[in-house]
Design a protein around this ligand. Structure first.
Ligand SMILES: [Zn+2]
Length: 222
């Protein structure tokens, strides 16, 4: 019997049918993404990983005195090296521009507190691993953790929406980060709010007693 070459995906390690293999250096469009791991160049992707790279990602949005700023992250572990790689692109500009590097660094640190938990080769969700992170001497904490079924309504949703509205309008006197960790479950949205540890009590004062987002509420992703 003739030996058959099995092609394997550089990211998930899964087998790829020859006709479906996508070559990283010339087929995938990385326009707008940066920090792509050089190790991946020349590798092969299966259709699932290629789709993830080009279309999906977790969005981290920063609201601060500089304005709001979003970064979309796509991360994966390179099968051969076991190295976790994060690539990103800016969704909005920030002013002043020299703050971009600091904010991306902060948002990336928060992104790395989540890890992808697969439930099948193509499904899963980002789950939080750590509830706090230290960047440049400042401790940031995950202050609100929410998951919500799409379509439901309720007081907690209004509270979250109002908080985001105030942040967007620059009406908060402290910065917040809204994290939207990706899930393959299109019926559920995940949303976490991060603040500096020293601002946690300010945020808590804005949240009504008994606030809970654990009973199938929806959150409007703005
Ligand atoms: Zn793959």
């Amino acid at each position: 019997m003739a030996e058959r070459t099995v092609l394997r995906c550089s990211i998930c390690g899964g087998p790829i049918d020859e006709g479906e293999a996508l070559y990283i250096d010339d087929t995938i469009d990385y326009a707008g993404f940066t920090a792509i791991d050089e190790d991946l160049l020349g590798g092969l992707l299966c259709p699932g990983c290629a789709e993830e790279l080009s279309e999906f990602g977790s969005t981290m949005r920063y609201y601060g005195p500089e304005g709001s700023f979003s970064v979309k992250f796509i991360d994966f572990t390179v099968k051969d090296t076991g190295k976790r790689t994060v690539i990103y692109h800016y969704v909005e500009d920030v002013d002043p521009e020299d703050r971009i590097g600091d904010i991306v660094k902060l948002l990336e640190a928060i992104m790395r507190t989540y890890t992808w938990q697969p439930s099948s080769p193509y499904t899963g969700a980002y789950q939080p691993r750590e509830g706090q992170v230290q960047v440049d001497g400042t401790t940031w904490v995950r202050a609100i953790r929410a998951w919500a079924a799409i379509g439901a309504e309720g007081k907690p949703v209004e509270v979250i929406n109002e908080l985001i509205r105030l942040a967007k309008a620059g009406a908060l006197d402290f910065p917040i980060i809204v994290a939207y960790p990706r899930s393959s479950n299109v019926a559920v949205a995940y949303l976490d709010i991060w603040v500096r540890e020293r601002d946690r009590s300010k945020l808590q004062k804005m949240i009504p007693e008994g606030f809970s987002l654990s009973e199938g509420y929806s959150v409007q992703v703005l």
